[in-house]
Write a protein that binds this ligand. Sequence first.
Ligand code: LLP
Length: 463
Amino acid sequence: MHSAVSSPAPEWLVVPEDANDLVPAIWPASAHRDADGELVVGGVPAGLLARTYGTPLQVLDEGEVRRRAAAIRSAFDAAAEAHGTTARVYYAGKALLNTSVVRWVTEEGLNVDVCTGGELEVALAAGADAGRLGFHGNNKSVPELERAVEVGIGTVVIDSEIEIERLAAIVSRTGTTQRVMLRVNSGVHAETHDFLATAHEDQKFGTPLSLAPGLVSRIREIEGLEFVGLHCHIGSQIFGVAGFRESAARVLDLHQELLAGGDVPQLNLGGGFGIAYTRVDTPEPIEDLAQGIVDAVAEGCAARGIRIPALSFEPGRAIVGNAGITLYEVGTIKDVALEQGERRYVSVDGGMSDNARPALYGAQYSARLASRAGEDAPVLVRVVGKHCESGDIVVDHEYLPGDVAPGDLLAVPSTGAYCAPLSSNYNHIARPPIVAVRDGESRVIVRGESLDDLLARDAGIER
Ligand code: LLP
């Protein structure tokens, strides 16, 4: 039925035996079909969610977020303990930030990493202990730094020389002492399946390794700044330990050099642990990654004859990515004849405003019928949104049952990370609510936007 020659499907996409299947790696563990074939997540049927809250709808499985947060924490704890050190896990809030998620992850024992004053306020509004927050960013403003110091933030990750002086002025004015790290650019840049190591990485974050000793000396001169160690983050959606290993080796050379001038008790190796978005993605289990990275650091320290520092990590996507799904309603369907074969375009009621990742990064996703199981043989589809833009793709390539029809609910899994945070109001489409599900219950954790919200900032409307 689908010969390879006439199909516009990419090579990696296999025709599934069952186009209603739910591949475990890309769904929350709670996801299953009930006896009628309807998708159930967190104990709540997809149809009920759509009727209660409308579509599009972002659904977040609270149990899955908690389970992943706890699993990552214990994976790093165990790996660190085996080498006589400790590991602290910061949830990278940029992946998905609201007060509920902050409470879940902190209750599971995580710290939180924020990268703007706005993210800091969300974490504080959730009641997070400021001492357990880390503050990043390549361009923190003076008011942002003042606020962070004032609330007693655990660590400020200094990104540049200018920031040292900004912080110096603040701590001298307020008479406080602020713990700081220095973000370095190790020259290692990781892509999903690969990494590149260069002498000079061409990007905006951190300071080159060669400049770091001078900057750390400067930090150590300032009375109100306590230098605790180096920070390095090599990228996102990384699948193996090789990039982390190379980066750790480079950073440890510097770490060792800095020990000559005083204590360097900590080392933060960032986040970036990859997840599966489609059935062909095979990230390493987090336990293996944690062990591989911590072993590499321990070996590097042993080889240099130095004590292994207290470690920290900053996963975002690995905690929330697979815990989120987006529900859409199918609106229109059309078959488009191509030079070879044809493609069925399935349009849904959201799109690049609720998930910009396909348009921004060419990200691949999967989709499944959610309101029911389909009956017909699989057909190749492209799920697209309702925006006035041809790049408005939700799922570039997928097989769905051939009887997919207007009014069906579609679920796109693995949308828990970097979808809501990157959402927009393009074409004046309201941002969807975020609903948490757990043990058969659902509740709104971020309300959806209304028409009033969409008009609220237009100064030309008389009120
Ligand atoms: N730490 C730092 C300093 C970071 O810059 C990031 C991500 C993380 C931790 C968390 O990375 P994760 O574990 O979530 O991969 N919008 C892009 C991803 C941008 C990541 C930015 N930094 C995407 O949707 O793929």
